[in-house]
Design a protein around this ligand. Sequence first.
Ligand SMILES: Cc1cc2nc3c(=O)[nH]c(=O)nc-3n(C[C@H](O)[C@H](O)[C@H](O)COP(=O)(O)OP(=O)(O)OC[C@H]3O[C@@H](n4cnc5c(N)ncnc54)[C@H](O)[C@@H]3O)c2cc1C
Ligand code: FES
Length: 302
Amino acid sequence: MSSAHEKVDPHPSDTNLQSPVSNLAQYPGPHALISNTAFDLPRMARIVDIHRETPLVKTFVLDTDIDAQPGQFIMLWIPGVDEKPMSIAGMHPLTVSVARVGPATAALHALDRGDYVGWRGPFGHPFQLEQDRQALLVAGGYGSAPLYPLAQQALAHAVDVTVAIGARVADELLYADQFEQLGVRLLLSTNDGSRGVKGFVTDAIQESLPGFGDPGGLNLTVYACGPEPMLVALYNLCRANGWHGQLSVERYMKCGFGICGQCALDDVLVCVDGPVLTLDQLKDKRDFGHFHRGPTGRRLEI
Ligand SMILES: Cc1cc2nc3c(=O)[nH]c(=O)nc-3n(C[C@H](O)[C@H](O)[C@H](O)COP(=O)(O)OP(=O)(O)OC[C@H]3O[C@@H](n4cnc5c(N)ncnc54)[C@H](O)[C@@H]3O)c2cc1C
Ligand code: FES
């Protein structure tokens, strides 16, 4: 603590510029996973590459690395616009894949190579690879993004990996080529049947997963990220088949590190206790599959 006579530098150097609450970083807080970086201002990074993945999704490669685990996310600041949570799709270099759905993501999509964005993180509870079990990675929408580094991690540990991706139409199947190049078993589904099984991703799993229908025969852990109705269907599939499950759940986030309470799912704060939650953590959650909170904090139907 500073003494009453200690001089305070009225012009602190820019390199030490931190938020007024930066001293709180010394305090471990209510959740062990709060990172010291949580209280820092965003660090700036240059966009060095942009790939168009699907009509809605672009991948942004930044000129920085991040020390993170698959399933964690960053708060990505689009200068002058907003700061939004984004899954980490790659760590070396830091990469995000972003769907254009509203003002902030449209502004990000309008940026070019050489432009700057800010980022804080990594935040959240990651996937925990269960090395003694087969892995079924299930993605819907932009859910492929956090599952890609998980597939790489699983393969590096010689885990048997199946990836199931669902989309409305063929050209919205995110990362299908990248997963194929990794050499994993790939199951695809589209609602209109333009590629893979016609229907939902759970239909593809039931039709095409080798060994499906032999409850207890598959020593499987499901790792999933996607729209909540898909997660609910997978929760039920896991329970029916005795599989383990780790589901990445999304809630509206403001702070990203457990302060504002915006991301509450019953008694869980998704930004620190999640986004990856186990089946047991999701058991009996009234909001799961039913309610989320909008930007004002009001509880809305999913
Ligand atoms: C942990 C986590 C990881 C995510 N990872 C990705 C990702 O890898 N790629 C991707 O494209 N999107 C991801 N999202 C969703 C992304 O944050 C929203 O799509 C984005 O914030 C939309 O902002 P907008 O201004 O463009 O759209 P808006 O018009 O403001 O909103 C469009 C939709 O995005 C949701 N949304 C808006 N703001 C937030 C917010 N602060 N937190 C959560 N949801 C919000 C809204 O509820 C609405 O459903 C992730 C969200 C979370 C919580
Ligand atoms: S986003 Fe603030 S507590 Fe989770």
